[in-house]
Design a protein around this ligand. Structure first.
Ligand SMILES: *Cc1c(COP(=O)(O)O)cnc(C)c1O
Length: 381
């Protein structure tokens, strides 16, 4: 695949995703890689294919639409869990047609799937989502009391899994909350077992896989760690994610270099004033490329072995850099906005700190740009 160097571009190293998958596999079995939101900006189909090449036979996406894409364009034949369930008749029909396992969070969805299934003679595996403390989607503990009683009447559906999602597994000081959620989840699982069901249990996200071996149940759902961000960055558990390798590198070309006199004000509203004569480079990246305006006067980029600070406001398609210490810089050079460049690196955690967000959002947004791939099983792309 050719890279266009004319504007901001994103390089995805699928071998790093494979490395991270294997590293997580050393902690627990039954991994269901989460590739929702276009694999956190890394590309739904390429990431799915790279993982399938490693023998992965279960994946989790967000929407039914993503699941259908995975079946049709990714030719993925394994289990696809859709974390957002099936929310209208059409999604329920698609779930049946493509054998997608929706993670169901209310009775209404179960009825929808039962109705859509009347035309079929088989049964559709569904996962049931339990609300244990995140206060987001899921059946409340009270609702689960009569849920087991309702399931036999939904004869087109098969309870394949029970799932819940942890709110604070990445916060080492929140151990009690994590344990409370896990305890509620176990209670619900016991109720279903007592009612004669034997669903797979699925709780852990990336952070829990790394930090809570006791919470490794039948299936685990790693997301962010697959893409190489450390959920414990900056905490006392940082070492747990130390071997993860970020898979996304972002680069953009340097368009012009100019010498500015002391006192020159840079970019909109002149929020940076040159304290001395400076060499300033203009890079073809801006907030329209999801290089956030929040990075104004905060971020750095890497160029020819130097760290060059961003000067002034990030514009729609342009950003100014301090190249005073980089006399060898030339127009056409590629600045590295995120990732490794020679001996230097801008980690997703560093970028997130400048940006005022988390690596998840950095990946999802920068990943909206044109992407090129390296590694993985290239022949299968
Ligand atoms: C996104 C998501 C995950 C993955 O979480 P990470 O923190 O990225 O590992 C797991 N389960 C559910 C329900 C999710 O929405």
């Amino acid at each position: 695949m050719s890279i266009s160097y004319g504007k901001l571009n994103v390089a995805i190293n699928l071998d790093h995703i494979i490395h991270n998958y294997r590293l997580l596999g050393e902690h627990g079995r039954g991994l269901i890689p989460v590739i929702k939101s276009d694999a956190y900006g890394h590309g739904l189909v390429p990431v799915a294919k790279a993982l399938a090449g490693q023998g992965v036979d279960r994946l989790a996406v967000g929407t039914i639409e993503e699941a259908v894409t995975l079946r049709e364009q990714g030719q993925f034949r394994g289990v696809i869990m859709a974390l957002l369930g099936a929310n209208d008749c059409q999604e329920a029909e698609e779930a049946w047609r493509h054998r997608i396992m929706p993670m169901v969070f209310c009775l209404w969805q179960l009825d929808l799937l039962q109705q859509a299934g009347l035309a079929y003679s088989s049964r559709l595996p569904v996962a049931i989502k339990i609300e244990t403390g995140m206060s987001r989607l899921g059946f409340s503990l009270a609702e689960t009391d009569h849920l087991a009683g309702r399931l036999p009447g939904l004869d087109r559906l098969e309870l394949a899994a029970l799932a819940s999602h942890l709110a604070s597994a990445d916060d080492p000081s929140a151990r009690d909350q994590v344990m409370d959620q896990a305890e509620r989840f176990r209670q619900v699982a016991a109720k279903f077992r007592a009612a004669g069901f034997n669903p797979a249990l699925c709780l852990a996200n990336s952070a829990a896989i790394l930090a809570y071996p006791d919470l490794l149940l039948d299936w685990q759902r790693p997301g962010i760690a697959l893409y190489g961000a450390n959920p414990f960055h900056g905490t006392r558990l940082e070492h747990l994610g130390a071997g993860l390798k970020p898979a996304m590198t972002v680069r953009a070309p340097l368009l012009q270099i100019q010498s500015l006199p002391k006192g020159a004000r840079i970019s909109y509203n002149g929020t940076f004033t040159c304290p001395a004569d400076m060499t300033v480079g203009i890079v073809a990246a801006g907030y329209a490329d999801a290089y956030s305006r929040a990075l104004s006067n905060k971020a750095s980029m890497l160029l020819r072995g130097h760290r060059a600070p961003v000067l002034g406001r990030v514009c729609m398609q342009l950003t100014a850099l301090d190249l005073t210490g980089v006399p060898e810089a030339r127009p056409g050079d590629m600045a590295c906005l995120l990732g490794q460049d020679g001996d230097l690196v801008i980690t997703p955690e560093q970028m997130a700190a400048w940006w005022g967000t988390i690596p998840y959002e950095v990946f999802c947004l920068l990943g909206l740009n044109r992407r090129a791939y390296a590694g993985g099983d290239v022949s299968s792309r």
